[in-house]
Ligand binder design. Structure first.
Ligand code: ADP
Ligand code: MG
Length: 319
C-alpha cells in the first residue's frame, strides 16, 4: 500500500483545481492542467472569445460550426434542458448575465428586466445540426451557458488523460466536482474519503465524510456563490420558469455517480425537483445516489449502495 500523496493545484475556471497522485509525475500533471486550460478556453462565457461565445455572438444571425467535442456537450445540455420537470436550462445565459451573481455588479433586477430576459431563454429556439456541428440560437440576445456542466465534462476528460498515461489511482477536484479513479492506495478497503462542506460554514467545517470508490461526487449548493440583500439570499442556480434563484427546502445536493458530467447534470436537476420528487426519481435510477442537506438541518441519503456517509457536524442530524 502506498502511503504518500502528491497534490498539485492551480486556479482555473474561477476555482481551485487540484490533482492528487500517488507517485510524482510532472509530465502527467502538465498534460492534465494543459487539457483543462484548452477546454476552459473553448467553453467559457466569462471572456470575450471562446467557441461558446462565438455561438452567442451570432444569436439571431447565423449558425456557428463548433468542434465535435463542444457540439456533443451542447447536444447533451440540449437534451436535459428539454426533459420534463427539468430545471436545467442551458439557454439560461441572459438571466445569468443580468443578475451577475458572484461577479462585479451583482444585483436584483427589476421584474420587467427579468421578464424580458426570460423571453430569450427558450431551449426550443436552438437549432443543432449534428452533420455539420452547427449551433444556431434563433433569437438575437439568446446566450447559452454551460457553467452547470463544464466542470463535470472536463473532469471526465481528465480521467481519460490520466488513464491514457497509465494512472489508475488519483483524485481530480475541480472546485466541487470530485472524481476518484480506482481505489484509494491509502485505505485498506480502497475507499476515498471526500469531505462534504457544511453550508455557510465560515471555517470550512464539514457536514460529514463521504466514502466512495471509483466514483464521481458532485455538489450543487446555494452557498457556493450568492449575495445577500435586505436579509434575502440570492444564489446562482436559477429557476428557468421564474427567472429568480431556485428556492426550496434544500441547502445542497450531492450526487454520487459514475461520471462527473452526470453528477453535474443531476445535482442541478435534483436540486430543482426538491427532496421529495428527487427521491422518487432516484428510486427509478439506482445508478445515481444522492445526499440532500436540508435547511431544517437534516440530511437524507438515497441509494446508499454506492457510498457510505459519516456525519461529523453536530449542527445536522440524520433521520
Ligand atoms: P458550481 O459548481 O459553480 O456551483 P453548478 O454546477 O451548481 O455550479 O451550476 C451553476 C451555474 O450553472 C451557474 O453559475 C450558471 O452559470 C449556470 N446555471 C444557473 N442556473 C441554471 C439552470 N437552471 N440550468 C442550467 N444552468 C444554470
Ligand atoms: Mg452542476
Amino acid at each position: 500500500m502506498l502511503n504518500s500523496s502528491h497534490e498539485y493545484t492551480q486556479v482555473l475556471m474561477g476555482t481551485t483545481v487540484s490533482l492528487t497522485l500517488y507517485e510524482p509525475n510532472e509530465t502527467v500533471v502538465h498534460r492534465v492542467f494543459h487539457t483543462i486550460k484548452l477546454l476552459e478556453d473553448k467553453l467559457t462565457v466569462n471572456r470575450r472569445h471562446s467557441e461558446v461565445m462565438s455561438i452567442n455572438a451570432a444569436a439571431g444571425k447565423h449558425p456557428v460550426i463548433v468542434s465535435r467535442a463542444v457540439f456533443s456537450l451542447i447536444e447533451q445540455a440540449y437534451k436535459v434542458s428539454l426533459m420534463p420537470n427539468s430545471c436545467f436550462n442551458f439557454a439560461i445565459g441572459p438571466l445569468v448575465k443580468l443578475w451577475k451573481i458572484g461577479f462585479q455588479g451583482q444585483q436584483v433586477p427589476s421584474p420587467q428586466q427579468i421578464h424580458d430576459q426570460l423571453l430569450l431563454t427558450d431551449p426550443n429556439e436552438i437549432e443543432l445540426d449534428p452533420k455539420t456541428c452547427a449551433v444556431f440560437l434563433k433569437k438575437k440576445g439568446m446566450e447559452i451557458d454551460l457553467g452547470a456542466i463544464a466542470k463535470g465534462y472536463i473532469a471526465d476528460v481528465v480521467k481519460v488523460v490520466l488513464q491514457q498515461n497509465n494512472i489508475h489511482q488519483a483524485i481530480i477536484n475541480l472546485g466541487g466536482n470530485v472524481l476518484t479513479l480506482g481505489k484509494s492506495p491509502l485505505d485498506k478497503n480502497g475507499n476515498w474519503q471526500i469531505g462534504l462542506k457544511e453550508p455557510f460554514s465560515l471555517n470550512n467545517e464539514l457536514v460529514g465524510i463521504i466514502q466512495v470508490n471509483d466514483k464521481s461526487v458532485v455538489t450543487s449548493g446555494i452557498y457556493e456563490r450568492y449575495f445577500t440583500l435586505n436579509n434575502h439570499r440570492y444564489h446562482h442556480i436559477f429557476d428557468p420558469s421564474t427567472g429568480y434563484p431556485l428556492d426550496n427546502e434544500l441547502e445542497s445536493v450531492t450526487v454520487i455517480s459514475d461520471t462527473s458530467l452526470e453528477g453535474d447534470i443531476f445535482s442541478t436537476i435534483l436540486y430543482g425537483l426538491g427532496v421529495k420528487k428527487a427521491g422518487n426519481y432516484l428510486i427509478e435510477h439506482p445508478n445515481l445516489s444522492a445526499i440532500f442537506v436540508l435547511k431544517n438541518k437534516t440530511i437524507e441519503l438515497v441509494n446508499t449502495d454506492n457510498f457510505a456517509f459519516q456525519l461529523v457536524s453536530q449542527q445536522y442530524v440524520l433521520p
